[in-house]
Design a protein around this ligand. Structure first.
Ligand SMILES: Nc1ncnc2c1ncn2[C@@H]1O[C@H](COP(=O)(O)OP(=O)(O)OP(=O)(O)O)[C@@H](O)[C@H]1O
Length: 248
């Protein structure tokens, strides 16, 4: 296993106050111990990606940040505030929004209603109009029930809904899963646009090519631990070893 503390780059990295800092995070589902001491940091304004095989613990890491895993231990600081003991609603108020892997879109609500649902947790949340400007496809489907949307439209709606909250940190769980290449490209362009607007994004992604397009840093998760940590140069240099570890 690689030294997780050593980033694989010759360039020294800037270390601003992290937007998110996770230390020694453990998580359990019942008796099943699935995270075994995750350590990671997400600097403000960066896109950071969690890579790893199925079942490695990537989604559980995002769910632990949101407080929706049954039992967890360790430290999760959001903008300097410890949140490990807080309930999900209070965690969200510390400026984090979550787009789950299943996208969390409801059959009984249309696009407009989904966009009107979120509570603002911070100043600067997108208005419904701004969200529709970002995703013009959704404007055409404004009165369509959520489950009548395509997979790509559902993903756009999940991201648009999270932007309504004003949270500066977005957690995106496999946003490209099952989507056509042209939609994947649109999602990638959106992530780059949000980054240019100052958003911080923690992304779980199986699509390594997509991750390398959008991310600044990469954590390889294996058996509930950080097995390696790369910046953009580091991942290029180590790509063959990484592909072998991902089993692709
Ligand atoms: N609700 C749950 N109850 C029990 N075990 C779970 C639950 N969710 C996940 N697990 C288990 O926890 C481990 C980590 O799962 P997790 O979903 O975090 O993996 P992942 O890296 O996101 O992979 P995937 O891409 O398959 O979702 C796996 O062994 C998985 O089977």
């Amino acid at each position: 296993m690689t030294d997780a503390a050593a980033i694989h780059s010759s360039e020294p990295m800037l270390t601003p106050e992290p937007m998110l800092a996770i230390r020694d995070l453990h998580a359990w589902y019942g008796e099943s111990h699935v995270l075994h001491g995750i350590d990671l940091e997400v600097p403000p304004g960066q896109v950071v990606t969690l890579l790893g095989r199925n079942g490695a613990g990537k989604s559980t890491t995002l769910k632990s940040i949101m407080g929706i895993v049954p039992r967890r231990r360790g430290s999760i600081c959001l903008q300097g505030t410890e949140t490990i003991g807080l309930r999900p609603f209070h965690i969200a108020r510390h400026g984090v929004a979550f787009c789950p892997e299943d996208r969390g879109i409801y059959a009984t609500l249309d696009v407009k209603e989904h966009l009107e649902l979120p509570k603002q947790v911070d100043d600067g949340g997108f208005s419904t109009e701004q969200a529709l400007d970002l995703f013009p496809n959704l404007r055409e489907r404004l009165h369509s029930p959520g489950t009548k949307l395509s997979g790509g439209e559902q993903q756009m709606l999940a991201i648009a809904r999270s932007l309504r909250t004003g949270a500066p940190l977005l957690l995106l769980d496999e946003p490209t899963e099952g989507l056509a290449p042209s939609i994947v490209e649109q999602i990638g362009d959106t992530i780059k646009k949000l980054k240019s607007q100052g958003y911080t994004i923690l992304l779980v992604e199986q699509n390594l090519r997509f991750a390398m397009e959008v991310a600044d840093q990469f954590y390889l998760i294996d058996h509930g631990q950080v097995a390696a940590h790369y910046d953009r140069d580091g991942i290029e240099k180590d790509i063959d070893a990484l592909l072998a570890r991902l089993g692709v």
